[in-house]
Ligand binder design. Structure first.
Ligand code: MN
Length: 319
């Protein structure tokens, strides 16, 4: 018998990417019973990662009480990146961090081998509006000790039309010192005036532009509010047009090619690894530590699927 399996790179059934893909969000509840509805644009059935960005959740604006009350839960193999446009959120974790985050500041938690945390919106008088992004750690960094960093002084992006913050990487000759483990960029862009702005892009990077509010036009294409336009590598120039008081977030990075398994709050490389992470959380193993918070409960892991989880590359989609 010969092996008839075809390796993905030679599988001609995989379609070529078009110039750009519009990623429409799907709505998910943050917690089963309460909490704000999240608009998730990544992972998407068309695309699993943009650079090493593997998860994009957009929430609010909402004045709903307890909009964000996410009890203790674990993570592995990824970084969580929290960025607010308005509101106030308290982060606590199993390595002893207690940190409030405000708009324009960055919380970045590197789960590495394992950490647990909780997130609570703590000022009901200010609308909660923000994003949470995840970054998959490359194999070389995913077993590292967990750490948490808070950045309150990130560099400002300023042109005649826009103001913004570079929260990860380098953009328009502005660099953030935020530590990531693969080449990435993350920028909030706010239009003070209406008009069109051009920015230089890294042709090695792929990008996503999330239309947070207002009218956002990327490379001449209208991006509906809440959606994200994906741009494949090769573009040297970003054309961003908008009306005044509109907001976008640009993320990007070198295409991430390691096959991964994303299951619940874990990222691993094999079914057995994921099963062990789940067992460690359910049994209260040292791996995920413990901490006290004002929520006072922990989120149980879902059942493992009956089918064996198999690692998949972020791209291209396999149909
Ligand atoms: Mn989390």
């Amino acid at each position: 018998m010969s092996n008839l399996a075809v390796t993905p790179e030679f599988d001609s059934s995989i379609p070529e990417f078009s110039e750009s893909i519009l990623l429409e969000p799907r709505s998910v509840k943050l917690t089963p019973r309460s909490g704000v509805t999240i608009e998730r644009t990544l992972p998407h059935r068309e695309l699993r990662t943009i650079g090493a960005w593997c998860f994009v959740d957009h929430f609010g604006p909402t004045n709903q009480a307890n909009a964000m009350s996410v009890a203790a839960h674990p993570h592995t193999g990824l970084q969580t990146v929290t960025w607010l446009f308005s509101g106030l959120v308290e982060h606590r974790d199993s390595i002893g961090s207690i940190q409030e985050i405000q708009p324009g500041q960055l919380n970045i938690m590197t789960a590495g081998y394992g950490i647990s945390h909780s997130e609570l919106s703590i000022d009901q008088n200010i609308a909660l509006h923000g994003i949470q992004l995840w970054v998959v750690l490359p194999d070389s960094a995913r077993e590292m000790k967990p750490k948490f960093e808070h950045y309150s002084d990130l560099p400002t992006l300023k042109t005649d039309l826009v103001t913004g913050k570079v929260f990860v990487g380098q953009f328009n000759n502005v660099s953030a010192i935020t530590k990531t483990y693969s080449p990435l960029v993350g920028v909030e862009i706010y239009f003070d005036k209406s008009g069109k702005q051009n920015f230089e892009l890294n042709p090695e990077f792929e990008y996503g532009v999330l239309a947070v509010s207002g009218e956002i036009v990327v490379q001449g294409k209208q991006v509906p509010q809440g959606s994200m336009l994906f741009l494949k590598p090769g573009d040297l120039n970003l054309s961003l047009a908008s009306t005044a008081l509109s907001r976008a977030v640009l993320i990007g990075g070198e295409p991430f090619t390691e096959p991964i398994i994303m299951w619940w709050n874990f990222i691993g490389r094999s079914h057995d690894e994921i099963a062990q992470m789940r067992t460690d959380w359910e049994s209260g193993a040292d791996r995920f530590g413990s901490f006290k918070d004002r929520i006072g409960s922990r989120i149980p892991a879902p059942q493992m699927p009956s089918l064996k989880l198999t690692p998949r590359s972020g791209k291209p989609k396999s149909g």
